[in-house]
Write a protein that binds this ligand. Structure first.
Ligand code: FAD
Length: 473
């Protein structure tokens, strides 16, 4: 502490104002704590709101509209070819972000959470200093670290603002529509952002180091997406790696190794989407008892307490699924534990959604994971070709359910198709409540809806599906 300096006191210091941080701050304030939230951005929202979930989904929705307008001609409704006004599109995206960010500012203010813009660095287990601001030395009773994650940059690659080699943040700024775009990485960020640019007109090439896209999701769910992207993109190359990237004023020269014929190619822009790393450096953890694992994530227990008893960590920086909804739940758990409630982060099914066209949504146990663990499961599939709603909308898809054959409990759900993300929560609910296939089968779903596929997948297990034949015994 500097002599004569004012030290502000707070019950709870939340470092980082992303979904994990603001959910924690809001819950703690609702529980009666005096809360200070320090965030480097001018407003709360984090990566999700400003550089992730929201801008990407806003753009993906626009491309879905374009796709629908194009395919509607087969239904007898012909629109003119969509004209893309990139400035208005960018402005629309920014308006969406703005509305939501202002909402969060209001919620922060109305809950009496003190918001300080700046970078917080821990000095010890009960003090932090906020850099880039006139104030602030803070003494806290507890702290929650919610500093999130940043794009992993491959060796030798630097993301310069406005540069042609972009991370997802640069790509979502939508500076222009490059004629030819290389996407490195076949995970959800690469596939979603690549889909946006390909739909807007960029000739898009995707390379993926592994032999499959979206590793971790069953291949019968990813295959329809791969087929669709093979048509939308210029090309997709699996088992392929980038060996060098050289940027000049008008483009980027790229060399490849692996299963790609042309080993030297030129692109207007490159998007690197090969994963994210935790923001656990430069925040003063060395001055506390907080420990990191070998990958730099903060080690936490089920209550999201770190190895320093006064300090908790939530969200991307604490590892596990790097998803906004998981961060928010963790934030609430940490706030409740600090306020003395017996909460724990103890979930069976964290849903994950890929917002491409078709969408993929999964929760709980996957078929591949079950097989790897040698667990005996029964898998049922309901093809959307048998769904009245899907056929009337002209969309394809499939819903699969992973069921324990003995207890008949639903263990996992996977959906590929339109609005999969809107439907996965039924699976989450079923798994969390220990529902049996029969519970879903006997819950009357409205007809005709895409959600009926979940009822029919459960019925398929019981041999009582109406629209698919019973499996031969
Ligand atoms: P973050 O959102 O990363 O927020 C951390 C905040 O901490 C940042 O605002 C940062 O400025 C601040 N900060 C860092 N260090 C300090 C410090 N020392 N002092 C003060 N402030 C600090 N997830 C989904 O669930 N659904 C999606 O559709 C989805 N789409 C995505 C699309 C993209 C392109 C990307 C990149 C991510 C996407 N994610 C999505 C992931 C999601 O954004 C993250 O899981 C989520 O934002 C993590 O929340 P968090 O609170 O842990 O951290």
């Amino acid at each position: 502490m500097v002599m004569g300096e004012f030290t502000q006191e707070t019950d709870l210091l939340v470092i980082g104002g992303g979904p994990g941080g603001y959910a924690a701050a809001f819950r703690a304030a609702d529980l009666g704590m005096d809360v200070t939230m320090v965030e480097m951005d001018p407003r709360p929202g984090g990566v999700c709101l400003f550089r992730g979930c929201i801008p990407s989904k806003t753009l993906l929705y626009v491309t879905e509209l374009m796709h629908d307008a194009r395919r509607s001609s087969e239904m007898g409704l012909t629109f003119a070819e969509p004209k893309i006004d990139i400035d208005r599109l960018r402005a629309w995206k920014d308006t969406v972000i703005d509305k939501l960010a202002n909402g969060l500012v209001e919620l922060t203010r109305k809950r009496g959470v003190l918001f300080i813009q700046g970078k917080a660095v821990l000095e010890d287990s009960s003090h932090a200093r906020v850099q880039n601001t006139g104030s602030s030395h803070i003494r806290f009773k507890h702290a929650i670290i919610a500093t999130g994650s940043s794009t992993r940059a491959p060796d030798g690659v630097q993301f310069k603002p406005g540069g042609r080699i972009m991370d997802s943040t640069g790509a979502l700024e939508l500076a222009d529509i490059p004629k030819r775009l290389l996407v490195v990485g076949g995970g959800f960020v690469g596939l979603e952002t690549g889909s946006v640019y390909a739909s807007l007109g960029s000739k898009t090439v995707l390379v993926e180091y592994n032999g499959r896209i979206m590793s971790g999701i069953d291949q019968d769910l990813t295959r329809p997406l791969l087929t669709r992207l093979e048509a939308l993109f210029e090309s997709i190359h699996l088992n392929t790696n980038v060996t060098s990237l050289v940027e000049d004023e008008s483009g980027v020269n790229v060399t490849f190794s692996g299963e790609i014929e042309e080993k030297n190619q030129r692109f207007d822009r490159v998007l690197i989407a090969v994963g994210r790393v935790p923001n656990s450096e430069g925040i003063g953890l060395e001055n506390t008892k907080v420990k990191l694992n070998e990958r730099g994530f903060i080690i936490v227990d089920q209550q999201r307490r770190t190895t320093d008893e006064k300090i908790f960590a939530v969200g991307d920086v604490a590892g596990g699924a790097m998803l906004a909804h998981k961060s928010m739940h963790e934030g609430k758990v940490a706030a409740e534990v600090i306020s003395g409630m017996p909460s724990a982060f103890d979930f069976q099914a964290i849903p994950a959604v890929v917002y491409t066209d078709p969408q993929i949504a999964v929760c709980g146990l996957s078929e591949e994971a079950a097989r790897k663990r040698g667990r005996n499961v029964k898998v049922t599939r309901f093809p959307w070709s048998a769904s009245g709603r899907a056929v009337s909308m002209g969309v394809g898809g499939m819903t699969k359910m992973i069921i324990d054959p003995d207890s008949q409990r639903v263990l996992g759900l996977g959906i590929v198709g339109r609005d999969a993300g809107e439907m996965i929560s039924e699976g989450v609910m079923a798994i969390e409540m220990g529902a049996l296939a029969e519970d879903l089968a006997l819950s009357i779903h409205p007809h005709p809806t895409l959600s009926e596929a979940e009822e029919e997948a459960a019925e398929a297990f019981l041999g009582s599906s109406t629209h698919i034949l019973p499996q031969k015994k």
